[in-house]
Design a protein around this ligand. Structure first.
Ligand code: COA
Length: 177
């Protein structure tokens, strides 16, 4: 009889990102996105802004950080608070074993529990659809750089939130309480 092989996701511990994880996360970003990541509009929105500590998670396997998701505070139209999700990344050698989905589920659940209303991201709709992300109507959100409109997605944690906001998106540099 074949012994059950534990999947990568079941061998992972999911926990909040800690400052000591920064180098390991940076290495995953380099391996998954390469140097082009620095030119992305989403990267520029996050630059110099602390991610939300309570929502930014890592997957750790055998003491090694193998996946990460970050959520960063943004303001839409100057005043409406929302979250920007990303980067979401998993070490290439462990991809398609459920780690990305597990990070997504956990961070979105925490965001909802903490009373957040809207999450925006730039990514592939087929991957993010099961988590409630839909394409943002054209022209609704403006960004400080180019964004492919087909990849601009939002998930309403409180139904109707997207309809009530609009305008330029910028980093929320208000220090966290
Ligand atoms: C995308 C990523 C985070 C997914 O995490 P993961 O742990 O590898 O994937 P999961 O196990 O959660 O999900 C795997 C499923 O998602 C699908 N998938 C992965 N990337 C996808 C994409 N970009 N678009 C659509 N589907 C995708 C896989 O085909 C697989 O489908 P299946 O379950 O039907 O077999 C990871 O592969 C990664 O780091 N990729 C490079 C960086 C990146 O593209 N980040 C996301 C920015 S949009």
């Amino acid at each position: 009889m074949l012994a059950a092989v534990p999947s990568a996701v079941s061998a992972c511990v999911f926990r909040r990102e800690a400052p000591a994880d920064a180098a390991a996360i940076e290495a995953i970003h380099e391996a998954t996105f390469g140097p082009g990541r620095f030119a992305r509009t989403a990267f520029r929105l996050r630059e110099g802004v602390a991610s939300v500590a309570a929502l930014s998670l890592v997957a750790e396997r055998q003491g090694q950080v193998v996946g990460s998701v970050r959520l960063t505070p943004i303001l839409i139209g100057e005043t409406a608070p929302a979250l920007l999700l990303g980067p979401l990344a998993v070490l290439p050698e462990l991809k398609s074993q459920g780690i990305g989905k597990a990070l997504m589920r956990r961070s979105i659940d925490l965001a909802r529990q903490d009373g957040h209303r809207l999450i925006v991201l730039v990514g592939d709709l087929p991957y993010y659809w099961p988590f409630g992300f839909r394409t943002v109507p054209p022209g609704k959100l403006g960004f400080p750089g180019p964004v492919d409109p087909a990849r601009l997605l939002a998930a309403e944690l409180v139904p109707g939130t997207l309809a009530s906001v609009g305008g330029m998106v910028r980093a929320d540099r208000t220090p966290a309480a």
